[in-house]
Design a binder for this molecule. Structure first.
Ligand code: C2E
Ligand code: MG
Ligand code: MG
Ligand code: MG
Length: 278
């Protein structure tokens, strides 16, 4: 019966629900208020040139701190935001805050070359992603080349108009990286058709790189693929000196991971990483 009366009726009846479903709904309604309540903030994780030790960019990672729940991890709230559609609001907030932070750093004499921002599939569905990105760039004054959008292979393969959107984003000058590369769709044909600059080797392949021959083979293959297609390749989840040595040995000189730095709050980031002023 409740179903027949649509979403609101469903919601009404679901207040009686207990267990996991009810928890999800409560969490979802808390999440909906998170931006207005100033509970969302960003952490930034350095991306590093292994050979020179220089900061080449940072990835912006969303954080949600609820007054009662404490820190809710992204693996928990991002899927929920995607299901509920809140990701569009959240994604816009993340984009704007990322661009603003880049400008604030620059005003403080800290030049961060590039910021990477994750996009979810739902942000492509509305068709306004290009308009949103370009208006935020206009509003904040960040140069488009200093923004890199990260999308996964599944976003590219499962979004009808992804190619068109990505081409439009490229046309306004923003960069594009394929996140978690190697975990998604197996056809590589799309790579040569897309204006992509960067492949991010998924951290599942980096994790056991020195002990698992299969992971080692996959990582090497991705590095080679990137070279052949003239793309930058960055390794995710780099935690040890052995992994760094492996990457260098195989010609991958960009990395992101706990070995260099955990994601950190804006004010803590540059205790270790001193970007050049420009
Ligand atoms: P991702 O985009 O692949 O981000 C990298 C994740 O790996 C981050 O997890 C980061 O903290 C973690 N990581 C980095 N280095 C290491 C390492 O050395 N070891 C280990 N074990 N982990 C490492 P985080 O921040 O929990 O984010 C998880 C995922 O949530 C992200 O994966 C991304 O898919 C999603 N996410 C985070 N922020 C946003 C956002 O603003 N928008 C969207 N759409 N998704 C986001
Ligand atoms: Mg990412
Ligand atoms: Mg990733
Ligand atoms: Mg990942």
């Amino acid at each position: 019966q409740a179903k027949g009366r649509g979403r609101n009726a469903y919601r009404f009846f679901s207040q009686e629900m207990t267990g996991e479903g009810a928890d999800q709904l409560r969490l979802e309604s808390m999440l909906r208020r998170s931006i207005d309540n100033d509970e969302i903030f960003l952490n930034y994780q350095p991306q590093v040139d292994i050979e020179t030790g220089q900061l080449i960019g940072v990835e912006a990672l969303a954080r949600w701190k609820h007054p009662e729940l404490g820190l809710v991890p992204p693996v928990r709230f991002i899927p929920l935001a995607e299901e509920s559609g809140f990701i569009n609001q959240l994604g816009k907030w993340v984009l704007r805050e990322s661009c603003r932070q880049m400008v604030r750093w620059q005003e403080a004499g800290l030049y961060v070359p590039k910021i990477a921002v994750n996009l979810s599939v739902r942000q492509f569905e509305r068709g306004s992603i290009v308009a949103i990105v370009s208006s935020i760039l206009d509003e904040t004054g960040l140069e488009p080349q200093r923004l890199q959008l990260e999308v996964t292979e599944s976003v590219i393969m499962n979004t009808g108009d992804a190619f068109a959107f990505i081409n439009d984003l490229n046309a306004i000058g923003v960069g594009l990286a394929i996140d978690d590369f190697g975990t998604g769709y197996s056809s590589l044909a799309y790579l040569k058709q897309l204006p992509v600059q960067t492949l991010k080797i998924d951290r599942s392949f980096i994790k056991d790189i020195s002990t698992d021959p299969n992971d080692e083979a996959i990582a090497i293959a991705i590095i080679q693929l990137g070279k052949s297609l003239n793309l930058s390749v960055i390794a995710e989840g780099v935690e040890t000196a052995e992994q760094v040595a492996f990457l260098l040995r195989h010609g991958c000189n960009l990395a992101q991971g706990y070995f260099y730095s955990r994601p950190a709050a804006q004010q803590d980031l540059f205790e270790r990483w001193k970007p050049h002023s420009r």
